[in-house]
Design a protein around this ligand. Structure first.
Ligand code: URA
Length: 244
C-alpha cells in the first residue's frame, strides 16, 4: 500500500525540479497541496490521492493514469485499510492495478458505483465542494413519501444546521409500506442520502449509487470492476489518454 512521501521527493520524482530546488519552490510558497499553500519542506503527501500544484499548475505523477469503476458490495469499507479489520474495497481489486484510491466514499451498507484512480488531480476535482459532480442513487425507503416530504427533499432539508442543495427526486415505484426513489444530489456530505430521508421521516433500507456525472454503473455485476472508457474519463474531466 502507498506510503506518504515527502513533498520535495514527490516533486523531484515527477520531474519538476531536483529535491533541493523543490525545497526552494516550497519555501517560496509556490506549491499547494489540496488547495493550501505549503511552505515547509518535509510535509508528506500521498501520491495519487493528494492534488499538488506548482505555480497553480497541477503536477502530474510519472505513473500512467488508471481510472476504474467498482460495483461495491454492501459490507465493505471504502478505505485502503481498516483499523477494525473489516473487508475493504481494495480486497476486490487485483494488485496489478497498482496504487489507486477511492474517489470519495460509500457507506459500509451502501452498494454501487465507486470510482478509483491514481490521479490525485482527478480525485480532488471530483470531490471538491466547489465543483462536486452529481451522484445518483436508487433508494428504498420505509413508508410512502408525502408530496410535502418529496418537496422538502427536492428543495433542501436542514442537516446539522446547513440546508442541503436542491436535489432531483423521482418516485420510481410505490409498494405496500415502502417506496423506491431515484435521488440525484450535487454535493457529498457524510451519509447524505440516509440523513436527508431521515429528516423527512423515512428510513433508508437499501441504497445503491447508480451514476456519477455522466458515468453509469450499468449492468456491472456486484463486486466486479472495469476500466473507464476514454470517453467516460474525459466526461469526468480526467486525462483522456488513460490506461485503456
Ligand atoms: N449517501 C449516503 O447516505 N450514503 C452513501 O454511501 C452515499 C450517499
Amino acid at each position: 500500500m502507498p506510503e506518504p512521501m515527502r513533498l520535495q521527493k514527490y516533486l523531484a520524482q515527477c520531474g519538476i525540479a531536483s529535491r533541493r530546488a523543490a525545497e526552494e519552490l516550497i519555501a517560496l510558497g509556490r506549491v499547494t497541496v489540496n488547495g493550501k499553500v505549503i511552505c515547509t519542506a518535509g510535509e508528506k503527501i500521498i501520491p495519487g490521492r493528494d492534488m499538488v500544484t506548482v505555480d497553480g499548475k497541477p503536477v502530474r505523477s510519472a505513473e500512467k493514469p488508471v481510472y476504474i469503476m467498482l460495483n461495491k458490495p454492501r459490507g465493505y469499507v471504502t478505505t485502503v485499510r481498516d483499523e477494525q479489520g473489516r473487508k475493504t474495497v481494495m480486497d476486490l481489486l487485483p494488485a496489478e492495478l497498482g496504487r489507486i484510491y477511492p474517489v470519495g466514499r460509500l457507506d459500509f451498507d451502501t452498494e454501487g458505483l465507486l470510482l478509483l484512480t491514481n490521479d490525485g488531480n482527478f480525485t480532488h476535482r471530483l470531490t471538491h465542494p466547489s465543483h462536486e459532480i452529481s451522484k445518483t442513487y436508487l433508494v428504498k425507503i420505509l413508508g410512502l413519501p408525502s408530496p410535502e416530504a418529496l418537496k422538502a427533499l427536492r428543495t433542501g432539508v436542514m442537516l446539522e444546521g446547513r440546508k442541503t442543495h436542491p436535489a432531483e427526486v423521482l418516485v420510481k415505484h410505490r409498494e405496500i409500506g415502502s417506496a423506491v426513489l431515484v435521488i440525484t444530489i450535487h454535493e457529498g456530505r457524510n451519509r447524505q442520502v440516509r440523513k436527508m430521508c431521515a429528516a423527512v421521516g423515512h428510513k433508508v433500507v437499501f441504497l445503491r449509487r447508480i451514476a456519477e456525472g455522466s458515468v453509469r454503473l450499468g449492468d456491472l455485476p456486484i463486486g466486479a470492476w472495469r476500466h473507464l472508457t476514454a470517453d467516460e474519463v474525459t466526461g469526468l474531466g480526467g486525462n483522456p489518454h488513460a490506461d485503456n
